[in-house]
Structures are given as C-alpha cells and as structure tokens.
Ligand binder design. Structure first.
Ligand code: E4P
Length: 217
C-alpha cells in the first residue's frame, strides 16, 4: 500500500520524504491556506520532493471553471493530479480532463455510489473521507471495504486514496482491506512509528551492553 502525505507544509513533507516512505502527496484549499507564499510554487516544490502524484485542488465549482483551472494546474509539473470535488460538474470535468490525459482525483467522496460514478468516468484516484464519516458516527472504514469490493468486482483502474485519516488504525485497517493508498497528515505518520516496547527494548539493549562491558573492563 502506498503512503501519501496530506499536507502543504514543505518542512513536514521534506522530513517524511527523507525517510523513504512517501509515495505522493495530497493538498486541499484548507491546507494550502495555512502556508505562506505562492501556492503554485509550493505545489511545484512538493512535486520535486515527493516525485510521485501530488493532488492540487481546483477552487472553481462550475464545469468550465474546473476544466480551465485543472488544465492550468496540470502545467505546473508532470506529477500534478487535479483534484475535483464530487459534484455533477466535478464528474463532468473529470471526464474532460481525463480525455486530455490529465490525472484526476475525485474528492469529498462519502458513499460507495459516488465512488462507482467516479470510477465510471475514469478517475485516476478517488478520495473517500473516513475521518469525517467517523465524526458523524458513521463507520468510515466500512465505506472503504465497500469501494474495494465494487472496484474488484469490475476491475476498475481507479485507485482508492483513503483520506481524512485520523489515527494509525485507519492505515492498518486500510492495508488489511487492500486499499491502494492512504493519505496521512504528519501527526498520523508520526503515530505509525511509535511503540513503547521499541523504546523500552532499545533502552534495555544499551543498558545490558554497558553493564556487560563495564563488568569485563
Ligand atoms: C484528502 O485529500 C484531504 O486533503 C484530507 O484527507 C481531508 O482531511 P480532513 O478531514 O482531516 O480535513
């Protein structure tokens, strides 16, 4: 399973990319609004760092605007994936951009029916938001299971990006279900590394080594 970083922060992206675990990145208008500087330049730099698919979202909400903005975003870097929201205009824009051979990520997906439609118009990626479903007392990971089943039934090529992840168990469950990708904010990536027994184990090994060496000296 591929891991994407869900962030527009260059420092965080550099940190986790340096570990060799990042296959791509996702951004959205809320994340980009937090970063100072020119968004296009930031996105370009993200592409240079991750050297994999980088989702940049359109701000337009109408078909013509999304297509215009999407075509423009695609000129930033060959790694750009144009992110469009799941609406009728977004679905139509996805089909047009795909005809132009521009990669598209259909975002804000909250139902298996929406994921089916995104796949039917040839979306490169679909982004179901698990955390926001959990927030309203609905099982986000159950949505992932249903989308995996539907895509497998018909061998759709659309890749599933498990989005809006909140904790490491979302990533573990996604991997068990066979989702293609998880996009994780830095805090969730950090959580993937932590285990108290690892820390205790290192401490004990070093202590044992020092004791034995000291006794022999
Ligand atoms: C995904 O592409 C989105 O940027 C992101 O996962 C949204 O997460 P949130 O629900 O934590 O805002």
């Amino acid at each position: 399973m591929k891991l994407f970083i869900d962030s527009g922060n260059l420092e965080d992206i550099e940190t986790y990319a340096a570990l060799g675990i990042i296959d791509g990145a996702t951004t959205n208008p809320s994340l980009m609004a937090k970063e100072a500087g020119d968004s296009r330049q930031i996105v370009k730099r993200i592409c240079e760092i991750v050297r994999g698919p980088v989702s940049a979202e359109v701000l337009a909400t109408d078909y013509e605007g999304m297509v215009r903005e999407g075509r423009d975003l695609a000129t930033i870097d060959p790694h750009i994936v144009v992110k469009v929201p799941f609406t009728k205009d977004g679905v139509k824009a996805c089909a047009t951009l795909r005809q132009d051979e521009i990669d598209v990520n259909v975002t804000l997906v909250f139902s298996p029916a929406q994921a089916l439609i995104a796949a039917k118009v040839g979306a490169t990626f679909v982004s179901p938001f698990v955390g926001r479903l959990d927030d309203i007392a609905t099982d986000g990971m159950d949505l992932i299971q249903q989308i995996v089943e539907i895509y497998d039934n018909y061998e759709f090529g659309t890749e599933i990006i498990v989005a809006s992840t909140r904790h490491p168990m979302h990533i573990v469950q996604a991997a068990r279900m066979g989702a293609d990708i998880c996009t994780c904010p830095p805090a969730v990536l950090e959580g993937l590394f932590k285990h108290p027994l690892t820390d205790i184990g290192i401490e004990r090994f070093l202590k044992d080594w020092e004791q034995a060496k000291g006794a022999r000296a």
